[in-house]
Design a protein around this ligand. Structure first.
Ligand code: 0X9
Ligand code: ZN
Length: 430
C-alpha cells in the first residue's frame, strides 16, 4: 500500500511540474474610477484571485487570476464598469523565462571583489554561506549571528556590522531586513547592496564610523526556498498544522507581530494575510522580536523592505499616528526624494505616507511592532515592480537589468535615512 501511495505521489509530482499551479493564470492590470469600484475589487480577493497591488482612482492595480476563474473575473469587472488590460495571459511562461535568465547568471555568482553579483537573485544557501564568508574575511567589522531557526529548521542569520564591534553604546543602530514576504525577490539585492557598501566597497566612512548596522537579508527562509523550488508567488512562511491535512499552509509573517494583532488581518489559514494562532506564534517573527528586544534601545531606524509599489510607509496600519509622526513623515520624504533622484525614468515617484492612508489597513506588521516598541523611525519600503529595457510587466517578477539598480537606488534612500537617524540620535543623546 505504502509503495502504491508513494508511486502515485511521485508520478503526480513528475506531471505536476514547477510553478505548475500558475499555468494559465492571467495577470490583469485594473483601473478604477472611484473608491466604490476599488472596494468591489478588493472584495474579490480569494484563493483564486490574488490581489498583487490594490487599484486606486489614479493608480492601476494588478491582480493574478487562476485559469478557472478568468472568465468569471472578467464578467464581474465588466458588470462593475471596471477597466482592465491583460498583462500576461499565462504567467507561468513569464516565471519560466525569469528562471532561465536568472539561473544562467547564477553560475557566475561571485564577483572579483568577493561580493555577490547583482545580475541575478541568489538562493538561500548562497546568501547564507556568503554571510559566514564575510564574517571570516572581515572579522574586525562583521559578525554573523544566528537568530534562530525557521519552521522547517533553516537558520535565520543576520550580520552585525560595526567599526567598534557593537561595543560603543553611544552609537545608534540601523536595522534592515528583506524577504519577510517570500515572493518579493527584488528586496534581497537591496540588503545585499547595503552590505557590500558597508563592508567590501566602503566609500562613505561616516556610515560605518557613526552607526552600527544589523542586516537580516532572508527573514523568511522557508517561504523563500519554496518560491524557488515550487511556487514563485508564495508570500507566507511554510507553517503547517493550521488546517487538517495541511490543506492551507503558512502564516503572513507581516501580520503575526504583537501590535494590534488580529484587528486588521485574516483568521483564515487559506488567505494571504492569515495572522497565525497568536502573536509571535511563528519562529521567524519570534526571532525578529528577540533582536528588537536585545538592541531596541539603540535602534534609531528600522527598515522592513518589501515590494512592490514604490512607497515609503509608516505606522500605524490602523490609521493611528505616533507622537513623532511629523518627523517620521519629513524623514520619509527625504528618503523618497533621494531614491527618486536616481530611479529609472519608467518608474513612478515614490509615495510617502501612513500605511492605512495610502495603502490599506494592516495589523501585526514588523514595522508597526518596531514603532510600538519605541524605535523612533520605522518604515516599510515597497520597492518598485519589475522595470527594464522594453519591459512593461510589473509585479513580483524580477528583470535582470533592474537588480543592481534596485540595490543602488534603495541604498541612496537608506543613506539619507541613516544619517537623519544618526543626527537625531545625537541631538537626544549626546
Ligand atoms: O501588506 C503588507 O504586509 C505590506 N505590503 S506588501 O505588498 N509587501 O505585502 C505593507 C505593510 C505596511 N504596514 C505597516 N507598516 N503597518
Ligand atoms: Zn511584502
Amino acid at each position: 500500500m505504502l509503495k502504491k501511495v508513494l508511486f502515485v505521489c511521485l508520478s503526480v509530482y513528475a506531471v505536476y511540474g514547477k510553478h505548475e499551479e500558475y499555468d494559465g493564470s492571467a495577470l490583469y492590470e485594473v483601473s478604477v474610477q472611484n473608491m466604490q469600484q476599488a472596494k468591489i475589487l478588493s472584495e474579490m480577493e480569494s484563493h483564486f484571485v490574488d490581489v498583487w497591488s490594490r487599484a486606486f482612482p489614479n493608480r492601476p492595480g494588478q491582480v493574478l487570476v487562476n485559469k478557472e476563474m478568468k472568465e468569471l473575473f472578467q464578467e464581474a469587472l465588466t458588470s462593475a464598469g471596471i477597466e482592465f488590460k491583460i498583462l500576461s495571459d499565462n504567467i507561468r511562461e513569464d516565471i519560466l523565462r525569469e528562471e532561465e535568465i536568472l539561473s544562467a547568471a547564477r553560475g557566475r555568482s561571485t564577483k572579483s571583489d568577493g561580493g555577490l553579483s547583482f545580475d541575478t537573485i541568489h538562493e538561500y544557501d548562497v546568501v547564507d554561506q556568503y554571510l559566514t564568508d564575510l564574517s571570516e574575511r572581515y572579522p574586525d567589522i562583521v559578525t554573523v549571528v544566528n537568530a534562530g531557526k525557521s519552521f522547517e529548521g533553516r537558520d535565520i542569520r543576520y550580520l552585525k556590522i560595526s567599526s567598534t564591534n557593537f561595543q560603543t553604546s553611544s552609537k545608534p543602530i540601523v536595522y534592515m531586513q528583506s524577504l519577510l514576504h517570500a515572493r518579493e525577490w527584488v528586496t534581497l539585492p537591496a540588503t545585499l547592496y547595503a552590505i557590500e557598501k558597508l563592508v567590501i566597497d566602503v566609500q562613505e566612512q561616516d556610515l560605518l564610523q557613526d552607526i552600527d548596522w544589523i542586516i537580516l537579508p532572508i527573514a523568511n527562509p522557508d517561504g523563500y526556498v519554496w518560491t524557488h523550488r515550487s511556487a514563485r508567488f508564495w508570500r507566507k512562511n511554510r507553517a503547517t498544522g493550521y488546517m487538517t491535512g495541511d490543506l492551507c499552509m503558512g502564516v503572513d509573517l507581516n501580520r503575526n507581530f504583537d501590535i494590534f494583532w488580529s484587528t486588521a488581518s485574516s483568521n483564515n489559514a487559506c488567505t494571504e494575510t492569515f495572522h497565525g494562532r497568536a502573536p509571535f506564534s511563528e519562529p521567524e517573527t519570534a526571532a525578529i522580536r528577540d533582536i528588537i528586544n536585545e538592541y531596541g534601545n539603540r535602534i534609531e531606524l528600522f527598515l522592513d523592505i518589501h515590494s512592490f509599489g514604490s512607497m515609503v510607509l509608516y505606522g500605524y496600519g490602523n490609521g493611528q499616528f505616533p507622537a513623532n509622526s511629523l518627523s517620521i513623515h519629513v524623514a520619509g520624504v527625504n528618503i523618497a526624494q533621494a531614491i527618486d533622484a536616481v530611479k529609472v525614468p519608467a518608474n513612478p515617484n515614490y509615495i510617502v505616507g501612513n500605511t492605512f492612508m495610502v495603502l490599506y489597513a494592516a495589523s501585526g506588521s514588523a514595522g508597526d511592532y518596531a514603532l510600538g516598541m519605541g524605535i523612533p523611525y520605522s518604515y516599510t519600503f515597497e520597492l518598485p515592480g519589475r522595470t527594464g529595457s522594453g519591459q512593461t510587466l510589473n509585479g513580483f517578477l524580477v528583470n535582470d537589468d533592474f537588480i543592481e539598480q534596485a540595490g543602488m537606488e534603495t541604498w541612496e534612500g537608506i543613506k539619507v535615512g541613516a544619517r537623519y537617524a544618526r543626527d537625531n540620535w545625537r541631538r537626544r543623546n549626546l
